[in-house]
Design a protein around this ligand. Structure first.
Ligand code: HQG
Length: 188
């Protein structure tokens, strides 16, 4: 069965707006914004047409609110997850005492030894609840969840940011702030 058009469009937009705007000849501004008209024209010219209505539906119905329009809806950007250098002008925010990171169980040993690293992205991505962390971890394999002592990190002067779509972000997490979260209760 063909992929849901909203899911397919979300994946296409993630690729273009977070990683490879150049793949459709698009330029983002310093804060990651693209002109909607240029985005749609670029997609069309590169054989992946998306009409305005589908774009609107993809932004409005996105399961994680990955994309945002500016106020007059002439520009669009991804709210987080970039590998290209954009300044999202994220504001520092005070996180809850404990945040969670979902990963694959095969990465646990390495993470507990060397800490969480941003890798290709700008930040390490953290979730406010175990359920979301499990979903993030399941993208990579059998999921495991780490608890992050955000309270102690804040006390140690480490900055946290919150993206427009509610993902908690920080530069790195040293092993001393990490512990394996209790196994989640099924369905919790
Ligand atoms: C792992 C999704 C070994 C890390 C999600 C993760 C998120 C290490 C992988 C967003 C490591 C990177 C980001 C170390 C980190 N040793 N493995 N020292 N440090 N890792 O995809 O957090 O659907 O770049 O645990 O919801 O999985 O795209 O990061 O498994 O918010 O909107 O290296 O992507 O959002 O993987 O996901 P990723 P992530 P979207």
């Amino acid at each position: 069965m063909a992929q849901d058009p909203i899911v397919a469009t979300s994946k296409l937009l993630s690729y273009v707006l977070r990683h490879r705007p150049d793949s459709i000849g698009l330029a983002l501004d310093a804060h990651g914004w693209a002109e909607v008209g240029e985005l749609l024209a670029g997609l069309e010219q590169h054989g992946q047409p998306v009409d305005r209505a589908l774009l609107e539906r993809t932004v409005a119905n996105n399961d994680k609110q990955r994309f945002a329009f500016n106020e007059d809806r002439t520009r669009i950007r991804a709210s987080q997850g970039h590998s290209i250098p954009v300044d999202l002008a994220l504001r520092e925010a005070d996180p809850p005492a404990v945040l969670y990171h979902g990963t694959a169980s095969r990465f646990l040993k390495s993470i507990l030894a060397s800490g969480l690293r941003a890798g290709g992205r700008h930040h390490v991505h953290l979730s406010a609840d175990v359920r979301t962390a499990l979903q993030v971890g399941a993208r990579h394999g059998f999921p495991a969840v780490l608890a992050v002592d955000a309270k102690r990190m804040r006390e140690d002067g480490i900055a946290f940011y919150r993206s427009d779509n509610g993902v908690w972000l920080t530069g790195e997490v040293k092993p001393k702030y990490l512990s394996q979260a209790a196994a989640p209760i099924q369905g919790a």
